[in-house]
Design a protein around this ligand. Structure first.
Ligand code: ZN
Length: 238
């Protein structure tokens, strides 16, 4: 069974009534429950736990890590960021969610600012599937809508995705590349835009379906261990 660790900063939920009303047990609980219902073995980890809940042992037992952070990106220790990065390069999948675009780990793996345009006005978002044959789009219609969302607009300062699975339109007129696939080393990374602390987006059926599909896509495969050192020839060169 694929083992998922759902990481959350878990600060908004503790000091904002409006957020706690939407996510009483935290955003991580909503995501972990949704994934558990879809057949994954889930655990959660949060910023204020020792080592942010991401010890070597936890990461070694994680096939796919999901990352939600917003206002405390700077509090994530560089040591843990490097540990997560090493695991991704080694094959662990990583799902970076919504405001996680500005997390240290995403910026480290992308190498760009990962900045974007944004506005919080409860706009409708229409998420278009632009790569219908991709496993992350399995079971979806041509598009789905998020009734109330924070707007993220282009330009999104990331490297061109290896595959763009979703593109979003917003009521205010902006566009956004909202489902971006990357590989780094042996690891697969999926950035997924929807999700904000004051909207019940992580309970929405289509969103949970995408997350479940993305976990399956990002899970490590049983590929060969690459040799990254000086080697003797396989054929006789004499
Ligand atoms: Zn947000």
């Amino acid at each position: 069974m694929t083992r998922v660790t759902v990481w959350n900063e878990y600060r908004h939920e503790k000091d904002s009534e409006a957020v706690a009303e939407v996510y009483p047990d935290g955003i991580h609980a909503a995501i972990a429950d949704g994934l558990a219902e879809r057949g994954f073995e889930t655990r959660t980890a949060t910023l204020d736990e020792p080592e942010h809940g991401l010890t070597e042992e936890v990461l070694d037992g994680t096939d796919v890590l999901t990352w939600w952070g917003h206002r405390a990106h700077a509090e994530v220790s560089d040591e843990v960021v490097e540990r997560v990065r090493d695991r991704v390069l080694d094959g662990m999948g990583l799902l970076v969610l919504h405001s996680g675009h500005y997390s240290k780990i995403f910026k480290r793996l992308m190498g760009t600012t990962c900045g974007l345009k944004w506005r919080e006005a409860g706009e409708r978002e229409r998420v278009w599937v632009v790569e219908p044959g991709h496993p992350i789009a399995a079971g979806l219609d041509e598009y789905f809508e998020v009734p109330e969302a924070e707007m993220y607009g282009e330009r999104f300062d990331v490297p061109a995705p290896e595959t763009l699975v979703f593109a979003s339109w917003f009521e205010g007129g902006e566009l956004f590349r909202s489902g971006c696939c990357y590989t780094r080393g042996n690891g697969r990374i999926f950035y997924f835009r929807p999700g904000h602390e004051t909207y019940p987006i992580y309970y929405q059926e289509e969103i949970l379906r995408v997350l479940a599909n993305a976990v399956e896509w990002a899970a490590p495969t049983d590929g060969p261990e690459p040799t990254l050192e000086n080697v003797d020839p396989i054929e006789n060169l004499d």
